[in-house]
Each structure stands twice: as structure tokens, then as C-alpha cells.
Design a protein around this ligand. Structure first.
Ligand SMILES: Nc1nc2c(ncn2[C@@H]2O[C@H](COP(=O)(O)OP(=O)(O)OP(=O)(O)O)[C@@H](O)[C@H]2O)c(=O)[nH]1
Ligand SMILES: [Mg+2]
Length: 302
């Protein structure tokens, strides 16, 4: 007897920095969504595709829900909530090492409006707490909350309980089509992932407002004579002072960003890469609709 193929969409939502993208990457087994210890790392919805012989799950990683301070932030939060509309199940991810806060409650209010879609409570970063604290953490999410379909304590970095979580979600899938090829890991083109990998290095190496003020555009990709891929990218910032920081003393910072990004891009593409970067100032781009549009933050993508 052959069993019918099953599929479905799972939205991953939560405050910034709780580990949503780390969880997505662990499930698909590749870095398709960038990660950092800075809040608001993810800016677009990113689909991560998990395929077996019997089933396909499309996970939708979303930007962390926060109080927007500019049009980019508005875009991010709207994108995050829009994923709920597409979902057959919702994973609400929280950080076990932080108390339930106003940000969690804001999302929970929205989750309470959802009907007929199972909502999982995923308590991430359990590696950071003592085992005997877990009960209290779980308890703190029981009042004034939806009826959780499942509660899963996990560690996205260590992998604890992630296979069990995945198995659980697959077991609840309904019969459905295979939306993507079995070897496809994300809905975004390579060009997007390459730009994100460069932005990840900026996030990891810079502080305060700089990481938030940066966007990356891939201007050109071509195969060189020596079989290396030549990739030309622009790093966009908002102010000349930020440009100086990105370039660094004697160009040391931009060199470090480039070296680290190149390694990741070579891993992604399986090809040697020559990466050329320019830093450009576009004042106030995070509040200019046209700039947002051209940098890939498009409301029609909600
Ligand atoms: N100790 C520990 N750290 C984790 C775990 N999961 C994620 N992190 C760390 O938490 C930080 C944030 O991870 P991300 O995956 O970027 O978080 P996010 O929820 O996608 O954040 P935004 O995109 O800003 O919404 C990174 O420094 C991760 O290494 C975990 O299970 N344990
Ligand atoms: Mg993220």
C-alpha cells in the first residue's frame, strides 16, 4: 500500500533574537537564514524547505516582532504577521532564559485570534537554564495564552528535542502536493542568500546602530577566466560616519567582512569566489519607500 504524500506550511514567529533562524537552519541543514546575537537580524520572510520521501514541510522564518521605529521596521513586523495567514501550523518561539515580556504578550494577543490552526509553544535555549527551572518557564506561558497544541522545550544550537519536534509536525500534516523540488532548500534565489551572508558579517562585526543601518545589494555575478565567480556587492549605510566604521582603519574592517563572507559564499555555491565590495551612503534609506523597494523590502511580498 502506498501512503499519500503529505505537505504543509509552518510559520515560525517570536520576538527578535529568540533563535527562529537558528532553528530553521538546523532543520534544513544549511545556513539559508542569517543569524546573529543582534536583535532584528532577519528582515524578510524566508522559506526553508524540508523534504522526505513521504512529506514536505515549508517552514516560514519571520522577522522578530518588535516596536517599529522606521518604515523598514513596519515592513518587518507586517511580514512576520502575514506568515500566519499562510500557515497550517504556527511555532511560537520564546527564549527560556528570558522572562515572558511585553513583546511576547503582543504576539500572544494576535495568536489568540487564530482559529483552527494548531499553535505550538517552542521554548528555545533550554541549554541556558537549569532543568528544574523549565517547569516554571512553561507555566509562565499558560495563562492569558492560546491553548497550545504542543509544548516543546528545545535547544536550536545543540539540537536537543528538534528531531522530535520535526517528527511531531510531520505526523500532523495533511495530504498535499510537493510544492518544491526535493533538493531545494529555500524559496529565495542564491543572490539573496549571498547578500544576506555579507550582511551577517556586518551584524557580527559591528555594534549599536551600525548593523541596523546596513543593507546589501548584489550588483553583479559573473564567471571569471580562472573559473572563480566574481561577485560585486554594495554595502549601503545611512551616514558617512557609518561608512568609515564599515571600512575601518586602513580598510581592515571591510577586509574582514569580505574574507568571512567569501568563505560562507564559497561553501554555499561550492565554487571559488572573488568578492568585491563597495560601501555607499544612502541617507535615511530605512524610511524611504523607494529605497526600501529597491533594496528588496517590498510590501507586495507580504
Ligand atoms: N544558547 C543558545 N543560544 C541560541 C539558541 N538558539 C539560538 N541561539 C542564539 O541566539 C541568537 C539569535 O539567534 P537567531 O537565530 O538569529 O534569532 P532570531 O529569532 O532569528 O532573531 P531575529 O531574526 O532578530 O528575529 C544567536 O546568537 C544564536 O546563536 C539555543 O538554543 N541556545
Ligand atoms: Mg532571524
Amino acid at each position: 500500500m502506498t501512503t499519500e504524500f503529505k505537505s504543509g506550511f509552518v510559520a515560525i514567529i517570536g520576538r527578535p533574537n529568540v533563535g527562529k533562524s537558528t532553528l530553521l537552519n538546523r532543520i534544513v541543514g544549511e545556513k539559508i537564514a542569517i543569524m546573529s546575537d543582534k536583535a532584528q537580524t532577519t528582515r524578510n520572510k524566508i522559506q526553508g524547505i524540508y523534504t522526505t520521501k513521504e512529506a514536505q514541510v515549508v517552514f516560514i522564518d519571520t522577522p522578530g516582532v518588535h516596536k517599529p521605529k522606521n518604515s523598514l521596521g513596519d515592513f518587518m513586523v507586517k511580514s512576520a504577521f502575514s506568515a500566519l495567514r499562510e500557515a497550517d501550523a504556527v511555532w511560537f518561539v520564546v527564549d527560556a532564559s528570558k522572562p515572558r515580556g511585553a513583546g511576547d504578550n503582543f504576539i500572544i494577543q494576535r495568536l489568540k485570534e487564530i482559529q483552527d490552526t494548531p499553535i505550538y509553544l517552542i521554548i528555545n535555549k533550554v541549554d541556558l537554564i537549569d532543568k528544574d527551572q523549565l517547569f516554571e518557564v512553561i507555566n509562565s506561558y499558560q495563562t492569558d495564552a492560546p491553548d497550545w497544541a504542543e509544548v516543546f522545550p528545545i535547544s536550536a544550537t545543540e539540537g536537543d528535542n528538534v528531531p522530535e519536534l520535526l517528527e511531531n509536525v510531520v505526523s500532523h500534516l495533511k495530504p498535499g502536493p510537493q510544492y518544491f523540488d526535493a533538493d531545494q532548500l529555500t524559496d529565495h534565489p542564491e543572490r539573496f542568500v549571498i547578500g544576506e551572508l555579507i550582511r551577517e558579517k556586518v551584524l557580527q562585526l559591528t555594534q549599536q546602530e551600525v548593523p541596523h543601518s546596513v543593507a546589501v545589494v548584489i550588483d553583479n555575478i559573473e564567471r571569471g577566466d580562472d573559473d572563480r565567480l566574481l561577485i560585486q556587492a554594495s554595502i549601503i549605510v545611512e551616514r558617512p560616519t557609518q561608512k568609515n566604521i564599515i571600512i575601518g582603519k586602513q580598510g581592515r574592517m571591510i577586509k574582514q567582512i569580505g574574507t568571512r563572507a567569501r568563505k560562507d559564499i564559497e561553501h554555499l555555491l561550492g565554487s571559488p569566489v572573488y568578492l568585491e565590495t563597495w560601501v555607499k551612503v544612502e541617507p535615511n534609506w530605512r524610511d524611504r519607500p523607494q529605497a526600501l523597494q529597491s533594496l528588496g523590502y517590498r510590501p507586495e511580498d507580504y
